[in-house]
Design a protein around this ligand. Structure first.
Ligand code: NAD
Ligand code: UGA
Length: 469
């Protein structure tokens, strides 16, 4: 029986390995992590991450051929294929701070693999890493290898949170990069055989290592660039009376452009887009390509501009001050169908409003009060650390309360601010909400989920992203 071990039981390691276990009953899969509470949660009825369909998959194979363990070294030593899916956040200190990827966790995982291995292994980069990381990892592994043969593969993950299970079941493609030597090609084939259990072979793309590593950064940069492009258009729509939804629809009908990823918003969030583009910018700078670096940097800058613009528009429309005013925040996660708040635009928007002394009542169906308080009170560099290195409990911010209902959040509020596109926000009883609010009652829709005409008929003053007033 082939044995797989995955280091890192996070948003990628957990779901990806659960799907491999489900689709490959002949393979034993063990997911390991140094953060014990996460492993305990993976072994319980309350999985550590919220992802539609994940519970079902885990229930079907946990204890059969899928295991979660904190016994990292033992399972790495026993594995034939070791996936490394640890976090690779942006460096906060030292050379490349604010841009380069922090490979501390990756390096320590590689050193541990070298230390504990007693048999040949395929080591798979699942984390998103800078191009050429495999070369550095190879050096670490072979330097300490005691004659053991390690083959490094790059197999970046393209799942999106909220749709991870369906993305894993039916990926647009699986990408595997390896060395162009006979041993490298053999390793590629071994990993290809795993995916071929359920992915059509014409969707498994094999490349050299550097193309695979760079393709991951490029894919995220292209996706984020579409959002910044449409968000830049949304500013122009607000200034001219055009409607960004109509513009997106019209341009998306061009088959060369396509309709996806053209929803204007308060800005993109999530743990990866910003970090991966900054990483790309840094790589371009290091390779003497400042023009290319500044091209990609604009994608992040427009995203920052979009968040600031949203807050400024809110404050200026509410008579230039929100001081002492209750504002209902609907949605805190970085997108719907996840409880993940990493880099969520809600953090910047809430901090902007708190800076103007607003009082916030926050509701999100999947994010806990504790998480919201952490996100709003902790420094970004602390939030970027893996869970086991984060401070225990930060001091709660008094002007922020978290409630478990949108109606409760809006009671007595001057304005509602929609920051995540949860489906339930489309079907709220807005008449009831209006009746319980201060007047004039404002709605600021950062995700374009509400029916603007209907809300205006009720009496709301509605500001939607990229839409005429
Ligand atoms: P995560 O923070 O959810 O999980 C990483 C886990 O690795 C943590 O639980 C941490 O405790 C563990 N870890 C760190 N160092 C370890 C070590 N030495 N030994 C054992 N465990 C260790 O991160 P994630 O969202 O799963 O992302 C992982 C990687 O995948 C990142 O490089 C990210 O860019 C990439 N990625 C993420 C997504 C996504 O949707 N989140 C999608 C594609 C790619
Ligand atoms: C993204 C990519 O879609 C995945 O392919 C990739 O694997 C992953 O990053 C990663 O490397 O981490 P994810 O961040 O989970 O996935 O979610 P997306 O659906 O891409 O959304 C990212 C952000 O963009 C969200 O805040 C979302 O609300 C926003 N968005 C998305 C828009 O504002 N407009 C859109 O049209 C689409």
């Amino acid at each position: 029986m082939v044995k797989i071990c995955c280091i890192g039981a996070g948003y990628v390691g957990g779901p990806t390995m659960a799907v491999i276990a489900l689709k490959c009953p002949d393979i034993e899969v063990v997911v390991v992590d140094i953060f014990e509470p996460r492993i305990i949660a993976w072994n319980s009825d309350h999985l550590p991450i919220y992802e539609p369909g994940l519970d079902d998959v885990v229930k079907q194979c946990r204890g059969e051929n899928l295991f979660f363990s904190k016994d990292v070294e033992k399972h790495v030593a026993e594995a034939d294929i070791v996936f490394v899916s640890v976090n690779t956040p942006t460096k906060t200190q030292g050379l490349g701070a604010g841009k380069a990827a922090d490979l501390t966790y990756w390096e320590s995982a590689a050193r541990m693999i070298a230390d504990v291995s007693k048999s040949d292994k395929i080591v798979v980069e699942k984390s998103t890493v800078p191009v050429k990381t495999a070369e550095a990892i190879e050096k670490i592994l072979t330097h300490n290898s005691k004659g053991i043969n390690f083959q490094i593969l790059s197999n970046p993950e393209f799942l999106a949170e909220g749709t991870a299970i369906q993305d894993l079941f039916k990926p647009d493609r699986v990408l595997i990069g390896g060395r162009e030597t006979p041993e490298g090609q053999k390793a590629i084939q071994a990993l290809k055989d795993v995916y071929a259990h359920w992915v059509p072979v014409d969707r498994i793309i094999c490349t050299n290592l550097w193309s695979a590593e760079l393709s991951k950064l490029a894919a995220n940069a292209f996706l984020a660039q579409r959002i910044s492009s449409v968000n830049a258009m949304s500013a122009l729509c607000e200034a001219t009376g055009a409607d960004v939804s109509q513009v997106s629809h019209a341009i998306g009908k061009d088959t060369r452009i396509g309709p996806k990823f053209l929803n204007a918003s308060v800005g993109f969030g999530g743990s990866c887009f910003q970090k991966d583009i900054l990483n790309l910018v840094y790589i371009c700078e290091c390779n003497g390509l400042p023009e290319v670096a500044s091209y990609w940097k604009q994608v992040v800058q427009v995203n920052e501009y979009q968040k600031t613009r949203f807050v400024n528009r809110m404050v200026s429309s509410m008579f230039n001050t929100v001081s002492g005013k209750k504002i209902a925040i609907l949605g805190f996660a970085f997108k719907k169908d996840t409880g993940d708040t990493r880099e969520t635009p809600a953090i910047g928007v809430c901090q902007g409003l708190l800076g103007d002394k607003a009082i916030l009542s926050i509701y999100d169906p999947q994010v806990s009060q504790e998480q919201i308080q952490r996100d709003l009170s902790m420094h970004k560099s602390e939030l970027d650390r893996p869970p086991h290195l984060q401070p225990a409990s930060p001091t709660a911010i008094k002007q922020v309360s978290c409630v478990w209902d949108a109606y409760e959040a809006a009671k007595g509020a001057h304005g509602i601010c929609i920051l995540t596109e949860w489906d339930e926000f489309k079907t709220l009883d807005y008449q009831k909400i209006y009746d319980d609010m201060q007047k004039p009652a404002f709605v600021f829709d950062g995700r374009n989920v509400v029916d603007v005409d209907k809300l205006r008929q009720i009496g709301f003053i509605v500001y939607s992203t990229g839409k005429p007033l």
